[in-house]
Design a protein around this ligand. Structure first.
Ligand code: GTP
Ligand code: MG
Ligand code: ZN
Length: 358
């Protein structure tokens, strides 16, 4: 298979091309998943877009949702013509965005594959929230995509208010790139655009109503996709976008629009945790004891940092919460029941000790 121009425009990399086995059947070709439907997939080979189904064997052998194609995946497919095709194989992914689904089981949903940069979008109204941002960051870092924060609707705040928010974020998360912008008055749109490179794949993540699709329309330059106003009563979006889909922008980048997320759980996120809370995890290495729980130990560097104000107690408590969830999701049911009780007490005592100090 060759590195054709149409495939390159869809975001094909040499890495994907080189991962194709030599003995692959002649009729198969590379295509990218544009969107996922109940029992079919819209795929594109850069020249035609068509509805494809899964090869029975692929479906049969799938043991987890991970084995099935998702938006952004590269697949080997037998493409008949514009009317249809069959997906035979999903190529290895360089990144995979997933989210925990609602419900008790540690079930999860695939959001996008082979995403280079995930734009986390929060609007500069009630939606802006540091705790939620931390959750998204953990999720993105776990996926192996690079997170970038876009603060939308900057027309709603004064520039002083925006400066304050930017400085809050850079104190907590110094490595995170942040761009405020407004689709309404066009501020910052060129900054968003200038961060995007041809051939790379981007994904928009964030609550319903924050203006993800509106931004895509701005990047395209026409009102191609449907957007709708946020309900004034609840200030909640209406889930205008109902399906993840991949869009090729005329200036070269590829972007995946997603429906707003209602809730965000975290799955196995050790990696992501370490990066999001890098201040805490690097301090922890200086604790006197290797197995320090940062609660009441002597020589604890984390507690010392909280004491002298380098790390905020709030940041530490959301670290504890996420660390708990992450470990929790990897435990058996029995372990969970036992741990639930113990950890509840633990968090309580940490918080009580802190309150005593202040
Ligand atoms: N004030 C202001 N409103 C905006 C801006 N961008 C988008 N909006 C409005 O926000 C509302 C929601 O925009 P959408 O683009 O549909 O939001 P979304 O994030 O795609 O929402 P879902 O598809 O439901 O996930 C619309 O009424 C937009 O007009 C902006 O920069 N400023
Ligand atoms: Mg939308
Ligand atoms: Zn410690």
């Amino acid at each position: 298979m060759e590195f054709s121009e149409p495939l390159k425009l869809l975001g094909l990399t040499t890495e994907i091309l080189e991962s194709i086995p030599n003995e692959v059947a002649q009729e198969l070709e590379l295509a990218r998943v544009i969107s996922v439907h109940r029992d079919s997939y819209t795929i594109s080979n850069g020249t035609i877009e068509l509805q494809a189904e899964l090869l029975g064997k692929l479906l049969f052998n799938a043991s987890t949702p991970n084995d099935l194609p998702t938006t952004g995946d590269w697949v080997l497919a037998h493409i008949y013509d514009k009317t249809g095709g069959i997906i035979h194989q999903v190529m290895e992914r360089r990144s995979l965005l997933t989210r925990k689904t609602s419900g008790k089981k540690t079930d999860y949903q695939l959001i996008g594959a082979n995403v280079d940069v995930a734009f986390i979008v929060q609007s500069l109204d009630e939606n802006y929230n540091l705790r939620r941002l931390e959750r998204y960051l953990v999720m993105v870092r776990e996926s192996k995509a690079i997170p970038v924060l876009l603060l939308s609707k900057s027309d709603l705040l004064s520039s002083e208010e925006i400066q304050q928010i930017l400085s809050d974020i850079s104190t907590l998360m110094p490595e995170l790139a942040v761009t405020p912008f407004s689709s309404e008055d066009q501020t910052g749109l060129s900054e968003v655009k200038s961060q995007m490179q041809p051939g790379l794949t981007y994904c928009l993540l964030g609550s319903s109503g924050v203006g993800k699709t509106t931004l895509i329309n701005k990047l395209i330059g026409t009102e191609t996709y449907k957007t709708s106003s946020v309900s004034k009563i609840k200030n909640k979006g209406k889930h205008t976008t109902t399906q993840r889909h991949l869009i090729q922008l005329d200036f070269g980048p590829i972007i995946i629009d997603t429906p707003g997320m209602r809730e965000l759980g975290s799955l196995s996120v050790e990696d992501g945790l370490d990066q999001t809370f890098s201040a805490i995890t690097s301090l922890a290495q200086q604790c006197k004891f290797n197995d320090c729980t940062h609660t009441n130990e002597r020589g604890c560097a984390v507690l010392a940092a909280i004491e002298n104000g380098t790390v905020s107690a709030e940041h530490f408590s959301s670290y504890l919460k996420l660390a708990k969830e992450s470990a929790y999701n990897e435990m058996s049911y029995q372990e969970k029941r036992k741990k639930d009780k113990m950890f509840g007490k633990h968090v309580k005592s940490v918080m009580q000790q802190k309150q005593r100090k202040y």
